[in-house]
Design a binder for this molecule. Sequence first.
Ligand code: DX5
Ligand code: ZN
Length: 217
Amino acid sequence: MNKLAPSILAADFFRLGEQIKEVENAGAEYLHIDVMDGSFVPSISFGLPLITSIRKNTKLIFDVHLMVTEPERFVDQFVDAGADIITVHAEACTHLNRTLMHLKERGIKTGVALNPATSPECLRYLYNYIDMILVMSVNPGFGGQEFIPETIKKLNDVRELVKMSGRDIDIEVDGGITLENVKSIVDAGANVIVSGSSVFKNDIASNVREFEKILHA
Ligand code: DX5
Ligand code: ZN
């Protein structure tokens, strides 16, 4: 089942609550929440208080993407703030297995994100602990960047690896996704689609509906 995960990084923070309601009412399934620490990535976004505050007002699945060095220091607080899925970067964790096991113990879904230069091979011995693989289609840190075309080949590879693992693992893609390229991304193997700037511009509800139409065609 394909799902849309609008990234609030591209929202108008003055009207954040309103805009979250708009994507929810238009049929989005997830809310993608980009946490940046200014160390793992060259930008700082927002953190725990924002998540706690929006959690009270929406039933959307909170898909929290931690672009944070050594995220194990914070994962418990993100679980407590209301995350449903926590994705950590393979490149940011010294003890990735331990971090994933800990998240499993906390009873939430786990994701591992891979930067464009990182091979999915590093996940070979971790499939039992992973619910979602997040394939970055831009270098993380900013919204509104161009989709990196080599991601299509990587998605094909990840789809094969997931098939071989025999596990039911979602494949999420993040960065530069538009109404024009989303079909080719789904055809390549992705089933969770993050989109920031293509959702939070002009008519937000209509953007969500157009994405949903393609995702559920
Ligand atoms: C990039 C973030 C993305 C970003 C996507 O570091 O992880 O989630 O918000 O935004 P667009 O869709 O504008 O590329
Ligand atoms: Zn993201």
